[in-house]
Design a protein around this ligand. Sequence first.
Ligand code: FAD
Length: 490
Amino acid sequence: MSKKISIIGSGFSSLASACYLAKNGFNVSIFEKNNSLGGRARQFKMKGFTFDMGPSWYWMPDVFDKFFNDFGKKTSDYYSLKKLNPAYRVYFGKNDFIEIEDSLEKIKKVFEKHEKGSSLALEKFMSIAKENYSIAVTDLLYKMPGLSPMELVTKKTVLKAGSFLSNIRREVRKNFKNKKLRSILEFPVLFLGAKASDTPAFYNFMNHADFGLGTWQPTNGFYDVVNAMVDLGKSLGVKYYTNHNVSSLNINEGKVESITINNKLFDSDIVLSGADYAYTESLIDPKYRQYSNKYWIKKTWAPSSLLFYVGFDKKIKNVSHHNLFFDTDFDNHAKNIYDIPDWPKDPLFYANFTSITNPKTAPTGYENAFFLVPIATNLEDSNDVREKYFKIIIQRLENLTDQKLKKNIIFKTSYCVNDFKKDYNSYGGNAYGLANTLFQTAFLRPKIKSKKLKNLYFCGQLTVPGPGVPPAIVSGKLVSDLILVDDKAI
Ligand SMILES: Cc1cc2nc3c(=O)[nH]c(=O)nc-3n(C[C@H](O)[C@H](O)[C@H](O)COP(=O)(O)OP(=O)(O)OC[C@H]3O[C@@H](n4cnc5c(N)ncnc54)[C@H](O)[C@@H]3O)c2cc1C
């Protein structure tokens, strides 16, 4: 009889691992506490508007393609993708913006316009970024379960040792003088959850993901990817259970014997948790936990977010699908995320309007809007604070894009620290897990296999390789590979 694997949570890492494990003959069930699948990538519908609640930037399409190829499928068997042009727009002041287009050649022209000689500098910077991307994705990402420091040592990475010692900010500042161009080049680091000055220069492979590979959009948004992975999983025999909150892991003789859901025991040969790591460990008797509260407190957490999902009863001018509002000083804002956790005085924010490229996500003639302000984890979250920031954002949006919008809001819903905690059992209300700093990379991240319980495994954005949808998918592959190796060894 095939072995029973219970997977906790239905984020991308869980969805991916379920497919790999089912393909290899395991009897796989996913248990999700919420009423829909996808983890932080849930979908929210209201009054004819559709929103992706979490991820919105589809980067690194090669990782998604590889996932489906591993099952003899193509991404296009499940959903259509469009390369966005412009990829995004960055506002620096009123009517002062830069649009990043869909090819490096076009982007080089924009750079040259803002700083003489910068197109050549960009070409060199991007060729290193491309080389790093190839090393990261081909040589490291899928071969780095985080079990040993030696995983990082390859012929190619040894030659790159210097770029682990320098940081993105230093490299960007060395090569570019223009403030706007610098902030655009530092932007991809936000996906790794840390400051550019704390992120190894090697990670400029994210600049290749940005300018080199481009920004893509599944027709109906990110939820197309969730549906695709669930469809694939169902075809392989995975069983999915929503509204199934795992409340304890029951141990017997050094193994998790069963999990408890709604007072019912579910026997399991193997348990894999894709729920936030710290929370999963809180469901185990303390003597079987690997990491103490002190361990988690000391970690550099990727930001939480204040989010707004808004319906407007008109089309919005002077914006693109993705928009960054970098008209204030990010260093000050970043201080309040990482150094002195507090609500930022002049926040940067991000907004997307998916109804610009897919009118079906809003009623005809209307626009949907998603606003995101990155904030520190564990900030005090109240309706008053949310309201205060909404006013700031809307005012700034009106000024920068030169239009009146407040009276056109049909509804708005907010989402913040308290919701992340309540909905996802997220540590400190984090949105993106643990940052990818030098000391939180690879074998220095929480382990994907428990050191204390022989059949307990972990995946997701707190483990290897780190935050973001592509890394979560890779995390699902890494943990499944390890489970298969361990299973063969028994
Ligand atoms: C607002 C926001 C914007 C983002 N933007 C981007 C982006 O543009 N591009 C990108 O690539 N990434 C983005 N990310 C990051 C990306 O969404 C995450 O890194 C990724 O989805 C995390 O996947 P995961 O597998 O770690 O699981 P998660 O998505 O964290 O899912 C874990 C699941 O476990 C469930 N769970 C928790 N406790 C239990 C329990 N006791 N029982 C059962 N189930 C439980 C939770 O409900 C949740 O569904 C964004 C994230 C957020 C929040």
